[in-house]
Design a protein around this ligand. Structure first.
Ligand SMILES: NC(=O)c1ccc[n+]([C@@H]2O[C@H](COP(=O)([O-])OP(=O)(O)OC[C@H]3O[C@@H](n4cnc5c(N)ncnc54)[C@H](OP(=O)(O)O)[C@@H]3O)[C@@H](O)[C@H]2O)c1
Length: 291
């Protein structure tokens, strides 16, 4: 039989988890949130009656508890549930933070429960869940051995792939996710500003750049990071990079430090992949004058 689940924190993550678990035959014993109205909204989605702002009332009855609150309160919410004897000694308690280790749930472990973290590598932007947002994604898991094995099974139930990581690696794992997702958005914003400055209409910027972005992602997938690199740095075209630097300095100088920084790391990456010589790498590092 599939383990029963209690959800504490009925926002974007809690809603997506609860809905996907219900759809896959897990019993949700109850849901809890800071505001009872949020819990009631999720209870209605799941077709259950137990919605509360007193989490220990539902967590006590759950085989698996998800603390899907904001990162900053996970530890204190866990401690307050533990104080109320809110975890069964047989329970497994997870939080969903990418940055924090499972050890912030130490108070639940003192109650005898197993602890782990289960971080779906996905962006949950809204409460509106029409498709399974877990399908095909990786779910990073770490924690006690029992927690890791339960998390792996639950990830598979959600049609995701478990990715076991080391507890100490969580901040860097999460930094990688931030670079790949959030910073990609930031970089696209910078590209939009540059191309608009060149005369492309704002509402056309994405359509103009989209095939290039998608082609680049496809190239990374096909040939890997080093071979996917194209453009002036990997061609050793210092003059073109200098033209960019001059144009940016004249029109959007606030973007110059970022551009120089990216030339620096692009040249480093081209050097690592033996795509440019050591002399050319040195030239770029001097010209972009960063670090
Ligand atoms: N969103 C994502 O893309 C994503 C992806 C992967 C992992 N995560 C992780 O998932 C967790 C939740 O993130 P989220 O995006 O779902 O946040 P969110 O949408 O802001 O939802 C957080 C929920 O927690 C509730 N809450 C706040 N303080 C609480 C407390 N003291 N006790 C009980 N409930 C409390 C809030 O309650 P009320 O509604 O009642 O005020 C809110 O519904 C975080 O650890 C985050 O790192 C998020």
């Amino acid at each position: 039989m599939k383990p029963s689940v209690g959800i504490v924190g009925c926002g974007r993550m809690g809603t997506a988890l609860a809905k996907a678990l219900v759809d896959r035959g897990h019993a949700i014993v109850g849901v809890s949130s800071l505001h009872r109205t949020s819990a009631q909204r999720l209870a209605d989605i799941c077709g259950i009656s137990d919605a509360t702002d007193r989490p220990w009332e539902i967590t006590r009855r759950a085989d698996v508890v998800f603390l899907s609150t904001p990162d900053g309160v996970i530890e204190s919410v866990c401690a307050s549930i533990s104080q109320q004897d809110g975890f069964s000694p047989a329970a497994v308690v997870f939080h969903c933070s990418g940055a924090h280790p499972s050890t912030i749930l130490a108070s639940a472990r003192k109650s005898g429960a197993s602890i782990g973290s289960m971080h779906p590598l996905q962006s949950f932007a809204s409460l509106d869940i029409s498709q399974n947002p877990f399908e095909g994604i990786r779910v990073a898991i770490e924690g006690d051995s029992k927690a890791v094995s339960v998390a792996a099974q639950m990830a598979r139930d959600l049609e995701a792939f478990p990715l076991q990581i080391i507890t100490e690696g969580k901040p860097l794992y999460h930094a990688a996710a931030v670079v790949a997702s959030n910073f990609l958005v930031t970089l696209m914003g910078v590209a939009f500003r540059l191309i608009q400055q060149a005369g492309v209409k704002p509402d056309e910027a994405f359509a103009v750049l989209k095939p290039l972005i998608e082609g680049t992602l496809a190239n990374i997938d096909r040939v890997g990071i080093h071979q996917a690199l194209t453009g002036p740095v990997v061609r050793g075209d210092v003059q073109t990079v200098e033209t960019h630097i001059q144009a940016i300095a004249e029109t959007l100088p606030e973007l110059l430090p970022l551009y120089n920084c990216l030339v620096h790391y692009t040249a480093m990456q081209a050097g690592e992949g033996n795509r440019i010589s050591a002399e050319m790498l040195e030239t770029f590092l001097e010209r972009c004058n960063f670090g």
